[in-house]
Design a binder for this molecule. Structure first.
Ligand code: ASP
Ligand code: ZN
Length: 670
């Protein structure tokens, strides 16, 4: 069955729009339809791209390996990227649908009208289209929050890929199976590369460049080289050195040092770049967005520096007092930046930086310092302790009414275990998990009253709306709830149970369920937890996408016994190894997001994953190869773990009749 609406293009043509779904989902198509109309309008306004056919269709299917596919005129979608109504879909599902519907629609120009000459050019359409959908979502919602979320993903997943055995340039030089190259490097790093071109050219020239690209290559199959060339020809900006971004592997590192000469009133910054993974590296062209703040917190200078050499010094004259630099604003390049900020300077930037992204990032750096101290203390067998400065700063934020709620929610969130693992080698999973858990519990204790008030102030009984303000309010409220539930207080438990029972939307129900399932209560509480899970399942068992959420909540449970529960859930009536969404929501979430348990010391988690990969390889090699990712990171782990992981990779490799997909990933990993 389908719903139908229409869109009138800028030249006045009326395009019928249809979304095809199974009968029981007919009431879950509105958000996708609205997203499609918004995307069509946005592509006309921002890129001057009008739709070209007389009709546009989307079809949702339950079994699909990817998010969706841009087949011309009839986009094929994983139902998880189409179906939403307030009672069944969370805010993040609403956001994902908006982004993916737009992404596939945008491919009509960046992918279909102008397509790839060969598979090595995959990022030509994917990187550019991700850049386009990110900008669209930023325009629909909150710009800074969107940037934070995108960078968070890049820094955890893509940086890890860049540091692992599957590392490859944005334009790969070889592959055995192209399905293995639908990666965060091709997509997300590819989008960052386009974003840097946008930064170097500015809005107007970038638009001139994209117009030229679409005009010049309409109907053709082209290369990333052609894309950059069009940008250069239209703008007059020399991008010759910039092109190296497409060919180099690994995450570049920038080390910044500074000097202040009070007598000469001169401030200078020295920037060194290197790309450790790239043996024959040549310096990249890196746009480094920068601001200088005087001691009163006022911005005295801002600029995008062109970093071109392996080492380069930038001099600023007429600076009377030593400034605090705000570096890599908006994450202007996909690099790791090192600068020796003091804790006081980070707190200062959190307060005064006019760049919202860097305000957040300063907070992350402060939290990372506190976490790393505890990771080391844990390893040394010393007592853990929490930085008072971090507590005070977060308290200040929680009581600051001027702060955007989405920003506050993200500033309260501690860096993930995965990201913390990116920052140190070798990765000590237990130390990272224990330190992070300790810090979260201590923050909850110290900020109990502020979190409690913030939770109460952000309750609402209005109808559900998936707009930026409401999404931000819910994310903040549920962030507070997650912290409060670490305390084991009866009063909080009552609130959480009430939210679970009474909420009118899945965002709040799911958050309450996660908080219940993931919390620190014991004894009789285990029954409350089991009852909540049962109630949830019984209410939603006919809705596969909600059942996926139910699996994920359990797979990400940090408490003891979760591994056994995950194994048992594989035999649950609702689990089906043939369905990619089920595989991802149970096995994928456990192995990727429940690191302390996946990496259990006896190696049973690794054996479990290897068994699933072997089983799946005969049915669905694409999903099997992707599922394998956590094992490929064995070199980063401490010796006790890495040996066990390696053994499982060898066991997979020894299987007869392995698919090309899995064979490529295992061979490159070993
Ligand atoms: N091209 C799709 C996308 O990224 C993915 C796929 O090939 O299925 O939109
Ligand atoms: Zn795509």
């Amino acid at each position: 069955v389908h719903i139908e609406d229409s869109f009138t293009t800028c030249s006045g043509r009326v395009i019928p729009l249809q979304i095809f779904v199974e009968q029981e989902n007919i009431d879950k198509c509105e958000h996708a339809m609205l997203s499609l109309q918004n995307a069509m309008r946005w592509d006309e306004q921002v890129y001057g791209r009008e739709y070209d056919l007389d009709k546009f269709m989307i079809v949702a299917v339950n079994d699909f390996n990817m998010g969706a596919m841009e087949n011309k005129g009839l986009n094929i979608f994983n139902s998880s990227c189409v179906l939403a109504k307030p009672e069944t879909a969370t805010d993040s599902a609403y956001e994902r649908i908006e982004g993916v519907v737009a992404h596939e629609y945008f491919h009509n120009w960046s992918g279909n009208r102008v397509t790839c000459r060969d598979w090595f050019q995959l990022s030509l359409k994917e990187g550019f289209t991700v850049f386009r959908d990110q900008a669209f979502s930023a325009d629909m919602g909150s710009r800074t929050v969107k940037r934070i979320d995108d960078v968070n993903l890049l820094r955890t997943l893509q940086f890890a890929e860049d540091a692992g055995p599957m590392a490859h340039p944005v334009r790969p030089q070889s592959y055995l199976e192209i399905s293995n190259f639908y990666t965060v490097t091709i997509y997300e790093k590819g989008a960052e590369v386009v974003r840097m071109i946008h930064t170097l050219l500015g809005e107007a020239l970038f638009r001139k460049g994209s117009d030229l690209y679409f005009d010049r290559h309409d109907g053709q199959a082209v290369t990333t080289e052609d894309f950059v060339q069009a940008m250069q020809d239209a703008s007059g900006v020399d991008l010759a050195q910039f092109k190296r971004w497409y060919n180099q592997t690994g995450t570049p590192e920038l080390t910044v040092t500074d000097e202040f000469d009070a007598v000469e009133q001169r401030y200078s910054l020295t920037v060194k770049q290197s790309t450790p993974k790239q043996s024959d590296e040549l310096p990249l062209h890196i746009p480094l967005a920068l601001g200088l703040l005087n001691p009163a917190g006022e911005e005295i200078h801002s600029q995008v520096l062109d970093v071109l050499a392996a080492e380069q010094t930038f001099v600023f004259e007429g600076i009377i007092e030593k400034p605090v630099p705000s570096l890599l604003r908006g994450f202007s390049a996909p690099v790791k930046l090192h600068y020796g900020y003091s804790r006081e300077e980070l707190v200062f930037l959190m307060k005064y930086d006019s760049d919202g992204f860097n305000r957040w990032d300063a907070g992350q750096k402060l939290a990372i310092a506190a976490l790393q101290k505890n990771i080391q203390a844990y390893q040394a067998g010393d007592a853990l302790s929490l930085d008072e400065m971090l507590i005070d700063t977060l308290r200040g934020l929680l009581t600051d009414d001027a702060l955007d709620k989405g920003m506050l929610a993200r500033m309260l969130m501690m860096p993930s275990e995965a990201y913390l693992g990116e920052l140190v080698a070798p990765v000590d999973v237990d130390a990272i998990h224990s330190a992070r858990q300790f810090v979260r519990v201590e923050l909850a204790k110290a900020l109990r009253n502020e979190l409690f008030d913030c939770y109460q102030e952000n309750l609402s009984d209005e109808d559900y709306r998936p707009d930026a303000d409401e999404i931000a309010r819910r994310s903040l409220k549920n962030m507070c709830l997650g912290y409060l539930m670490l305390l084991g207080e009866a009063q909080v438990l009552t609130l959480c149970a009430a939210q679970f029972r009474d909420s009118n939307n899945m965002t709040d129900s799911n958050a309450a369920l996660s908080a219940l399932v993931h919390s620190n209560y014991d004894g009789a509480f285990m029954e409350v937890k089991a009852a909540a899970l049962d109630a949830f399942y019984n209410e939603w068992k006919k809705d596969p996408l909600v059942v996926d959420q139910w699996f994920s909540v359990q797979a990400s449970d940090p408490s003891e016994g979760v591994f056994e529960r995950v194994q048992a859930l594989m035999a649950h009536e609702a689990f089906d190894i043939n369905n990619p969404n089920k595989v991802r929501s149970l096995i994928g979430v456990f192995c990727n997001q429940n690191r302390a348990h996946f990496h259990r010391a006896d190696g049973a988690g690794y054996r479990f994953l290897a068994d699933r990969v072997i089983e799946l390889d005969r049915k669905n090699p694409q999903v099997a190869a992707r599922l394998l990712t956590p094992l490929t990171r064995w070199r980063k782990l401490t010796a006790d773990r890495s040996g066990l992981m390696q053994q499982q990779l060898q066991r997979i490799k020894a299987q007869s009749a392995l698919s090309k997909d899995v064979l490529e990933v295992v061979s490159k990993s070993l």
